[in-house]
Write a protein that binds this ligand. Structure first.
Ligand SMILES: NC(=O)c1ccc[n+]([C@@H]2O[C@H](COP(=O)([O-])OP(=O)(O)OC[C@H]3O[C@@H](n4cnc5c(N)ncnc54)[C@H](OP(=O)(O)O)[C@@H]3O)[C@@H](O)[C@H]2O)c1
Length: 307
C-alpha cells in the first residue's frame, strides 16, 4: 500500500513544490494504453530514449502484454493494466510502489475507447467509453495520488482531445468523455495545487489506431451514406495527422520542463481549434463543421425529408 502523509510532511511537500530534480536524477513515468501503433506506445519509447528516464523507470501498461513486446525488447517495464478494473489498477500500483520505493513522478492517463453515431450506438458500449476515458483516469489518480505526492514533483498528464471542444460528429460519447477530462484536469490543478502539476494535452489528429474500420448497422439512419461518411470521418482524424513519434517528442519535452504548460495544444487541426475556441463565438465550430462535412446535402441526396 502506498505511503500516507501527516500534516508535517504535507507542509514539507508544499515547500518542495516545483523543485525540479536535476536531469541526472532518476524519474519514473507510468503510461496507460501503450499498445503498438498508438500514442502511449510512442510516449513510452520517447521517455525511454531520453536517457534521463532510465529504462527500468518507464512503466508502460496495456490490457495485452503482447501489444507491448517491442517496448519490452527495448528494456521498458511492461505491465498488464485494464483501467476499468480496480483490482488491476491496485495490482499495478503495488508493483510500482515496490519497484520505486513508494514514488511515481509522472502519471500519463492516455487509454481510450471510441465509437460512432449516437443514433446507432449500443448504450453499454457508450457507457464503456466513459468507464475507460473518464472513470479509468479518475481511478488511476485515486490509486496513484500518494505515490505522486511522495515524488515531491509529481505530475499528471491527461491526453485530452480537441474532440472535447470540436463537435466532431459520430463520436458524441467520446467527445463528451474528453470534455469531462478537460474539466477534471482544471479541477485537479486547483485541488492538488500544493503537490503537483497537472497538464492537459489538447490533442488534434495524430497517427494511431484510434479510427478503426467500422461498419454501420443495417438499420442505421446513415446507412445510405455509409462509405462517404466513414471516409470523411476517418479522413478528418487521420489523413493529415501528425506522425506519432513527432507528437511524442513534443509531449515528452513539455512534460520534462520545470513548469509544463497547463493546456498544451498539439496535433493536426489543434491550432484551428484553438483559434475558434479562443476568438470566435461558441457555435462557430458547429457552423464550420456542418459546412465542411456538408451533411445536409448528403441527406438531401439520399432522399431524406426534413419536413
Ligand atoms: N490519435 C488521435 O488523432 C487522437 C486525437 C485526439 C486525442 N487522442 C487521444 O490520445 C490518446 C491515445 O489514443 P490513440 O490515438 O493512441 O488510440 P489507440 O491507438 O486506439 O490507443 C488506445 C489505447 O488505449 C487502450 N485501452 C482501451 N481500453 C483500455 C482499458 N480498459 N484499459 C487500458 N487500456 C485500454 C488500447 O488498448 P487495446 O490495444 O487493448 O485496445 C490502446 O492501447 C487517447 O486518450 C485519445 O483520446 C488521440
Amino acid at each position: 500500500m502506498a505511503k500516507q502523509f501527516g500534516l508535517n510532511e504535507f507542509a514539507s511537500r508544499i515547500t518542495q513544490k516545483n523543485t525540479h530534480p536535476s536531469p541526472s536524477e532518476k524519474r519514473t513515468v507510468l503510461i496507460t494504453g501503450c499498445s503498438a501503433g498508438g500514442i502511449g506506445h510512442a510516449l513510452a519509447k520517447e521517455f525511454h530514449s531520453r536517457g534521463i528516464y532510465p529504462s527500468e523507470r518507464v512503466f508502460a501498461t496495456a490490457r495485452r502484454l503482447e501489444s507491448m513486446s517491442e517496448l519490452q525488447k527495448l528494456g521498458i517495464t511492461t505491465l498488464k493494466l485494464d483501467v476499468t478494473r480496480i483490482e488491476s489498477i491496485c495490482e499495478v500500483r503495488d508493483q510500482v510502489n515496490l519497484m520505486t520505493g513508494g514514488t511515481l513522478d509522472i502519471l500519463v492517463n492516455n487509454a481510450t475507447e471510441n465509437l460512432m453515431a449516437v443514433s446507432d450506438m449500443d448504450m453499454d458500449a457508450a457507457r464503456s467509453i466513459f468507464e475507460v476515458n473518464l472513470y479509468g483516469a479518475l481511478s488511476m489518480i485515486h490509486e496513484f495520488v500518494q505515490l505522486l505526492i511522495a515524488s515531491g514533483d509529481g505530475r499528471i498528464a491527461h491526453i485530452g482531445s480537441i474532440a472535447g471542444i470540436f463537435p466532431l460528429p459520430f463520436s458524441a460519447p467520446y467527445n463528451s468523455s474528453k470534455a469531462a477530462i478537460h474539466a477534471l484536469s482544471n479541477t485537479l490543478r486547483v485541488e492538488l495545487a500544493p503537490f503537483k502539476q497537472v497538464s492537459l494535452l489538447l490533442t488534434g489528429g495524430v497517427k494511431s489506431n484510434i479510427s478503426r474500420p467500422l461498419s454501420l448497422p443495417e438499420d442505421s439512419i446513415y446507412k445510405s451514406i455509409e462509405q462517404t461518411l466513414l471516409q470523411k470521418r476517418v479522413g478528418i482524424s487521420q489523413v493529415t495527422a501528425l506522425p506519432t513519434a513527432q507528437y511524442a517528442i513534443r509531449v515528452v519535452t513539455e512534460l520534462s520542463k520545470p513548469n509544463p504548460r497547463a493546456w498544451f495544444w498539439l496535433g493536426d487541426k489543434s491550432f484551428l481549434c484553438w483559434i475558434f475556441d479562443t476568438f470566435l463565438w461558441k457555435t462557430s465550430l458547429v457552423c464550420f463543421l456542418t459546412y465542411v462535412l456538408d451533411l445536409i446535402s448528403w441527406y438531401t441526396c439520399s432522399g431524406w425529408d426534413f419536413h
